[in-house]
Design a binder for this molecule. Structure first.
Ligand SMILES: N[C@@H](CCC(=O)N[C@@H](CS)C(=O)NCC(=O)O)C(=O)O
Length: 201
């Protein structure tokens, strides 16, 4: 059985668990990181030298980086509905996966650092700047979703997963958010998929 080191509340782990849910894959979750600790243990560092979660073990094949794991699992299961084989459709999915990791993840992380994980006083301008950054990024997705049912086109794909996880996180933070109706209704749709149940299990 697949082994995944991490914990459900960690967004990058949630992406992988959701992917497993979509693929109908069973896994053993090894509680690591967050309140479980264990990231600095030598044995864990041998698996993942970054000391971060998630890490996957598929019958001795060790893989880290959440999006690499998602792609690997979709390919392993030949799930072309989630991760197409054709050059252009897969490029579109990759575009959104990379964009989420490069921009959205950081914007949400900034908001977390300035709110629920703030270690000292936060300037109102700092928070307003971070809120505006997130509004602008999620606004890009809202625009797409006004004319497209899913992030990468007509069908649900891997591209919807990291952005779904990020929206879920963003909407639970004590921040001011721009109203983005197309994004909200897409999020209601994708987060109610059976595959996403792993996020709140
Ligand atoms: N780029 C990495 C980032 C991994 C990462 O930052 N993981 C966070 C959880 S989302 C982590 O390990 N945090 C330490 C902890 O939760 O204790 C990935 O996508 O897998």
């Amino acid at each position: 059985m697949l082994k995944i080191w991490g914990h459900r509340a960690a967004p990058n782990v949630a992406k992988v668990l959701w992917t497993c849910g979509e693929l109908g894959l069973e896994y053993e979750l090894v509680p690591t990181g967050g309140p479980n600790g264990g990231l600095d243990a030598l044995a864990y560092r041998r698996l993942n030298p970054n000391g971060l979660i998630p890490t996957l073990d598929d019958d001795g094949f060790i893989l880290w980086e959440s999006h690499a794991i998602m792609r690997y699992l979709a390919r392993r299961e030949r799930a072309e509905n989630l991760y197409p084989a054709e050059t252009r459709p897969v490029a579109r999915v990759d575009q959104w996966l990379d964009w989420q990791a490069a921009h959205v993840a950081e914007a949400v992380r900034d908001l977390v650092r300035l709110t629920i994980k703030a270690t000292g006083p936060v300037l109102a301008e700092q928070l307003a700047h971070a809120e505006a950054q997130a509004d602008a990024l999620f606004g890009i997705i809202d625009q797409v979703l006004r004319t497209s049912p899913y992030i990468a086109g007509a069908d649900f794909t891997l591209a919807d997963i990291p952005i779904g996880v990020a929206v879920r996180r963003w909407t639970t933070l004590p921040v001011t958010r721009a109203p983005l109706p197309a994004l909200d209704s897409w999020a209601d749709d994708v987060l109610s998929r059976p595959g996403a149940a792993a996020l709140s299990a």
